[in-house]
Design a protein around this ligand. Structure first.
Ligand code: FES
Length: 107
């Protein structure tokens, strides 16, 4: 594609309802794909920056993902850690939806 990014198709959009999320592997990276209430999509690293837990095993509400292990919270859109015990922000990835296909770029 012409935007210089390497896009990888990761899911069918229709398989992830609003308010839900999915963990996918993209080129060896563990990525969390979020479909926020209101229709917005975003993607972050799926591994918590605090210790080892998959964020897609946690809880998603109002664009905030809460880690299942120690309840650390991150803004899904920016990856920003929202207080204790999180000290490091999450990596975020470009995401786009075309038709029913969801693409993420981890390059
Ligand atoms: S592992 Fe996520 S808050 Fe501790």
């Amino acid at each position: 594609m012409s935007d210089g990014k390497q896009w990888v198709r990761v899911a069918s959009a229709s398989a992830i309802a609003e308010g839900e999320m999915l963990g996918v592997d993209v080129s060896g990276a563990s990525v969390a794909v979020y479909h926020l209430d209101g229709g917005e999509w975003c993607a972050t690293d799926n591994v918590c920056t605090h210790a080892f837990a998959l964020l897609t095993d946690g809880w998603l509400e109002d664009g905030v993902i809460e880690c299942p292990l120690h309840a650390g919270r991150f803004d899904c859109r920016t990856g920003k850690g929202l207080g204790e015990p999180i000290e490091e922000d999450l990596k975020v990835f470009p995401i786009k939806v075309e038709g029913d296909d969801v693409f993420v770029s981890v390059g």
